[in-house]
Design a protein around this ligand. Structure first.
Ligand code: BG6
Length: 484
């Protein structure tokens, strides 16, 4: 068995990493617009790098110089979207995953009425996609909540944010429902524990005595309730549409077969999947609730939340997959960075330029594990390699390492499909170079399309095709039959 006939091949981006134009079209600042350039992120202490304070936010807001706030400029997709979509169409994309910047539609999050200019922008994008026969896959929340909601409400810790989000989702469904069939609620819903400000607008100094982690679990509950409400609303407003959850699949193997390592690994993997468990099964796993209770974390629920979670479950499960790691109870085990995590090194795997362990087989294992657990169609909505590219004198970019990364992952996807996994589609991260989520670097390049811009924002923004562009074009044209 190979890739199904209607397999959705494409690519994925997030508004805050590509759009730029942070002060245009009536947009308000989002949490991404105060993220600073951090080329030397040390994942050993990732929290220290994503740490945020009210002072730092205020300074950033007042700073008119955007040089060190790369997400404010993105790759100027806001003005280049026609050109970019045309390049995606040339590659043969069936689907393109993008997010809607909440702060373009509701600049502070609190407005009663949406910002028409923001709506018109996305409507134009969707119309162009329709013309090019590219199906949109839309993330409602991808690390870009209005900054005002972070400052005034401590982000998602405040229950009122649920209503603001549902209002935003409703406007999106009403306005874009005729273009968009596939929706995702929260990007990497599990990431709240790793970077609470970026994911949920949480400012630790506003968390009080209970501390940041307690805020995270409360905020997470609010997001899960909001996701359930959004799913119900979507069903009412767009017949036939589908809602997916989105998980960072952090594949963890035991470092050794010592039973203690296996037990520690099991705990880690269960913790990683519990967010999707709630969105698929409609309830919190008993063991997670017990664990929170033992750690003295209380999740405050309102009457009706339990049945909401039960009713507003998702139609499919999507996830990002970049790397794997191992777990060990040995405190001296050598550790290595991954996607905003630190894991124990796996001696069998090579690493990317940024130290992430490349593991195509782990994608197959993840697909089989998730399908077996959830019995829902799966969608790989992020997978790719951040690398340093070199532009040759003639302007070409030869990136065999990227082709190799994708080829090996696609082969494993094919094997999982052959084993019976129901896979709807695949969107690479990212089809075009963009600003990195974690380091805010431009030089960490993911695309099949090169964008002429450096870390400081210098460059012409000219787009050009890398070798991998032609390779992916061929893969899509042959529906995965030719990966050479
Ligand atoms: C995912 C995020 O975790 O990883 C993306 O959803 C992000 O927004 C991607 O860009 C790659 O991470 P980074 O830090 O290399 O950009």
């Amino acid at each position: 068995m190979s890739f199904p006939e209607n397999f959705l091949w494409g690519g994925a981006v997030a508004a805050n990493q590509v759009e730029g134009a942070c002060r245009e079209g009536g947009k308000g600042f989002s949490v991404a617009d105060v993220a600073t350039y951090k080329p030397n992120v040390d994942v050993k202490d990732y929290k220290a790098h994503v740490g945020i304070s009210i002072d730092a936010i205020k300074k950033a807001i007042a700073d008119p110089d955007d040089t060190y706030y790369p997400k404010r400029r993105g790759i100027d997709f806001y003005h280049h979207y026609k050109e970019d979509l045309a390049l995606f169409a040339e590659m043969g994309f069936k689907v393109f995953r993008l997010s809607i910047a909440w702060s373009r539609i509701f600049p502070t999050g609190e407005e009663e009425e949406p910002n028409e200019e923001g709506l018109a922008f996305y409507e134009d994008v969707f119309k162009e996609m329709k013309r090019l026969h590219i199906e949109p896959l839309v993330t409602l929340s991808h690390y870009e909540m209005p900054l005002h909601l972070a400052l005034a409400y401590n982000g998602w810790t405040d229950r009122r944010v649920v209503d603001y989000f549902v209002r935003f989702a409703k406007v999106c469904f009403e306005r874009f429902g005729k273009y968009v069939k596939y929706w995702l609620n929260f990007n990497e819903v599990d990431s709240i524990i790793r970077h609470s400000f970026i994911t949920a607008g949480i400012i630790p100094e506003l968390c009080g005595e209970k501390g940041e982690l307690a805020c995270c679990y409360q905020a997470l509950h609010h997001q899960l309730v909001a996701a359930a409400k959004a799913a119900l609303l979507m069903r009412e407003l767009i017949p036939g549409a589908q809602m997916g959850c989105m998980l960072t699949k952090l594949m963890t193997y035991p470092r050794t077969c010592a039973p203690e390592d296996v037990a520690a690994t099991q705990k880690k993997n269960l913790e990683n999947m519990f967010y999707a468990d709630v969105q698929v099964f409609g309830e919190y796993p008993r063991m997670i609730l017990r664990d929170l209770e033992k750690r003295d974390f209380e999740i405050r629920m309102e009457e009706g939340d339990t049945s909401l979670l039960k009713e507003g479950t998702v139609d499919f499960v999507s996830f990002s997959y970049y790397m794997s790691m191992t777990e060990s109870v040995d405190p001296n085990a050598e550790r290595t960075p991954g996607n905003t995590v630190l894991g124990v090194k796996n001696p069998y795997l090579a690493t990317s330029d940024w130290g992430w362990q490349v593991d195509p087989v782990g994608l197959r294992v993840s697909l089989i594990e998730l399908y077996d657990r959830y019995k829902k169609p799966l969608f790989v909505v992020e997978n790719g390699i951040g690398a340093k590219d070199t532009v040759e004198a003639d302007g070409s970019v030869h990136d065999p390492y990227r082709i190799e990364y994708f080829r090996r992952h696609f082969k494993e996807m094919e094997k999982a499909i052959d084993e019976g996994v129901e896979l709807m589609g695949y969107t690479s991260w990212a089809p075009i170079d963009l600003i990195s989520a974690s380091t805010n670097q431009m030089s960490k390049r993911y695309g099949f399309i090169y964008v002429d811009q450096d870390d400081m924002g210098n460059g012409t923004l000219k787009r050009s095709r890398k070798d991998s562009f032609y390779w992916y074009q061929k893969v899509i044209a042959t529906n995965g039959a030719d990966m050479d």
